[in-house]
Design a protein around this ligand. Structure first.
Ligand code: DUT
Ligand code: MG
Length: 149
């Protein structure tokens, strides 16, 4: 059974007037598609923090992850270089979508176009307990391909 929806307060900013709110495109979509609040063209290799026109207050104990859209990534090389982006529960600034153009063609983005998706997630916080020795394991310090390709 799915967990019940959490409620995320959303404040529309002046330049977000008239834009659709982030929304699920299908019945069981994991991500809410979010649209650009500005027109721009991303040159090859360029990065830009794209305005969304809103700020949010996420309930304590949750975050919102910003993930790329696979169609934009596959067809146009448009991705989020910080993926998954992290929106903290205590952030009150404008949500921005960091996009990078990995292709060799300029990519125009129109205000209102869906550019990424937002996925709310439960946050597990932790504290470190500093110790002198760690327990031994079969893996030990092997990593970074130690088990082969
Ligand atoms: O794709 C993103 C990633 C982050 N943020 C905002 C919300 C987040 O809460 C804040 C800080 O993000 P992060 O912790 O990833 O960046 P930082 O470089 O560590 O900045 P800070 O020192 O402000 O935490 O920036 C966005 O709007 N979009
Ligand atoms: Mg940070």
């Amino acid at each position: 059974m799915p967990l019940p929806d959490i409620t995320i307060q959303l404040k529309r900013l002046p330049h977000g007037a008239g834009l659709p709110l982030p929304a699920y495109a299908t019945a069981h979509a994991a991500g809410m598609d979010v649209v650009a609040a500005e027109d721009l063209t991303l040159a090859p290799g360029q990065r830009h923090a794209v305005a969304t026109g809103f700020a949010i207050a996420i309930p304590e104990g949750y975050e919102v992850q910003v993930r790329p859209r696979s169609g934009l990534a596959l067809k146009h090389g448009i991705t989020c270089p910080n993926s998954p982006g992290t929106i903290d529960a205590d952030y009150r600034g404008e949500v921005k979508i960091i996009l990078a153009n990995l292709s060799s063609e300029p990519f125009p983005i129109a205000r209102g176009e869906r550019i990424a998706q937002l996925v709310p997630a439960i946050v597990q916080r932790a504290a470190f307990a500093e110790v002198d020795t760690l327990d031994e394991t079969v893996r030990g310090s092997g990593g970074f391909g130690s088990t082969g390709r």
